[in-house]
Design a protein around this ligand. Structure first.
Ligand code: SAH
Length: 282
């Protein structure tokens, strides 16, 4: 057993040289939003050598597993950001296990964010009437539905829970004008993202809410991101008004739109491109 301080130092030395296989979700896009240093060391522990015990072969295997799954996650993430929702749906349909690989990596990334956007949305919902019906577009592990009393339609590409509707969210089985709140929490991933928002518009009741949380760097025009004003303009042209925009969080931006009572949507909306969040290996 490597219990001496020398052994510990040796392990630490290794960790210092070999940084985790993951890079923060937004770092490849905007260096100003790097993960804080305190969580970097934590990430080294998580993604690097197993921290418990001194069994070298277990540590080595853990390290190799972490490296492989990190690479697999980055590949899936890039795929989701660079293909259409339909292609993503077909891809996961062929091998639903990949969805778990994706979400294991996603959770690892998110564990370094100081605040989770889904928690802000949960707080927002809890401050309102529980009778509001919600559609969570791209629900992931359906945390939202599990955290509120409201009726929530959880939608994602793969259903690992009977409550989740598996579909491409540009075409959901939800009734038109049937929900009060539509949520996109870090889920505008496909190249055809405007069709997801158009679908949300279809299922929302007049006066309903559209909440969109997205990675901040995707809306940083100084770094190739979209202009948030242009994005808001496009959603407004679909028949919404912008109730508020929350720029206070380090990692994400949150838009609160409200569907107009009498919506007249423009047919030729100019949607800005939302650049993918590609993870690079360090
Ligand atoms: N909203 C969750 C999960 C975000 S990860 C949270 O905040 O924790 C983004 C999710 O969007 C993934 O689970 C992904 O599968 C889903 N997604 C991306 N494109 C989709 C599409 N076209 N249809 C349905 N779900 C989609």
């Amino acid at each position: 057993m490597e219990s001496s301080s020398k052994g510990k130092n040796r392990r630490r030395g290794k960790k210092r040289r070999k940084v985790s296989t993951y890079q923060p979700l937004e770092a490849s896009v905007d260096a100003s939003e790097q993960t804080p240093p305190s969580s970097l060391s934590k990430r080294r522990k998580l993604g690097g050598v197993a921290s418990s015990g001194g069994n070298k072969s277990t540590s080595f295997l853990d390290k190799m597993r972490a490296r492989l799954s990190g690479g697999h996650f980055r590949m899936l993430n890039e795929k989701l950001y660079t293909c259409s929702g339909k292609d993503a749906f077909d891809y996961f349909k062929e091998d639903p296990e990949l969805f778990s690989v994706y979400h294991t990596g996603y959770r690892e990334q998110m564990s370094h964010w100081p605040e989770q956007p889904v928690n802000i949305i949960i707080k927002w919902l809890k401050s309102r009437n529980t009778s509001l019906t919600v559609a969570d577009f791209g629900c992931g592990d359906a945390k939202l539905a599990k955290s509120v009393k409201n009726k929530v339609f959880s939608i994602d590409l793969v259903s690992q829970d009977p409550s989740v509707i598996a579909c491409d969210m540009s075409q959901t089985p939800l009734e038109s004008s049937s929900v009060d709140v539509a949520v996109f929490c870090l889920s505008l991933m496909g190249t055809n993202y405007p069709s997801y928002i158009t679908e949300a518009n279809r299922v929302l009741k007049p006066g309903g809410w559209l909440l969109i949380a997205e990675v901040k760097s995707r809306f940083n025009p100084n770094n190739g991101g979209a202009d948030p004003e242009k994005f808001s303009e496009a959603v407004k042209n679909l028949g919404f008004s912008l109730a508020s925009k929350d720029m206070n969080n380090k990692m994400f931006i949150l838009f609160y739109f409200r569907k107009k009572e009498r919506s007249v949507s423009d047919r030729n909306i100019s949607w800005p491109e939302l650049k993918p969040c590609i993870y690079k290996r360090r």
